[in-house]
Design a protein around this ligand. Structure first.
Ligand SMILES: *Cc1c(COP(=O)(O)O)cnc(C)c1O
Length: 225
């Protein structure tokens, strides 16, 4: 058994155990394999093992790595999980299938225009700064419901759900529960929350998408995400 297959099986076992323990959500959990910082050669074994949903946090890095991988595996689904500058929106729309980091009107306007131009509509998650952290991207929790409504009604975007990265070094459960509550208020069903260290908790709180990097690919050099 390859290392990739082994690690995928181990994460899948954790997902199944969490679902069994907390009761499976209606639509199951989508595993987004976060391949940021890892070269194509280390991603290929995961594709060969059947993984198809991946997350990258930088547009340029995705542009360098993914066109060839996608040519080999056309059914890949690539999620942007890092901050997006408006001047990279055109490339992001060309490269990605889902944008998880929509967090401001200016970006919503530019993304909508670029999607029109490209003749496609990518599902988006609204990123919420759930811990109200100074340095973190994301819309403020108390502005989230109105922002989702604007994205849909004014900007014409397809909002699949909410996404968050809770503050480091604190129990994540309360933040995940808060995000789930906001999603319900906003009328969206998707919940992208939970990473290698806490995705069982996220599943317990209703995650539909978990973003797992190091549990699959191993440790990354400690650079800022
Ligand atoms: C890097 C990253 C992850 C994956 O984190 P791990 O702890 O390695 O699983 C998930 N979400 C986002 C937004 C990231 O930048």
């Amino acid at each position: 058994m390859t290392d990739a297959r082994h690690r995928l099986d181990a994460v899948q076992a954790r997902i199944t155990a969490a679902q069994r323990r907390f009761g499976p959500p209606a639509a199951g959990v989508s595993l987004v394999a976060v391949s940021k910082t890892f070269p194509a050669a280390e991603i290929a074994p995961f594709l060969a093992a059947g993984q198809r949903v991946f997350g990258e946090n930088r547009v340029q890095e995705a542009k360098d790595k993914w066109p060839d991988l996608r040519a080999a595996y056309p059914d890949v689904q690539l999620h942007l999980i890092g901050p997006l500058q408006t001047n990279k929106a055109r490339e992001a729309v060309a490269l990605f299938d889902v944008i998880q980091t929509l967090d401001r009107d200016k970006l919503a306007i530019v993304l909508a225009a670029e999607m029109d131009r490209a003749g496609k509509r990518l599902p988006c998650f609204v990123q919420v700064n759930i811990g109200g952290e100074e340095q973190k991207s994301g819309i403020a929790p108390d502005e989230t419901v109105a922002f989702v409504a604007r994205c849909r009604a004014v900007h014409g975007l397809e909002i699949a759900g909410l996404m968050c990265i809770p503050p480091e070094g604190q129990p994540a459960g309360g933040y995940f529960a808060h995000l789930a509550m906001l999603a319900k208020e906003a009328g969206v069903s998707g919940l992208s929350m939970g990473m290698s260290g806490d995705f069982e908790t996220a599943i317990a709180m209703g995650a539909t998408h978990i973003r797992v990097g190091s549990a699959l690919f191993g440790h990354r050099p400690p650079v800022s995400a």
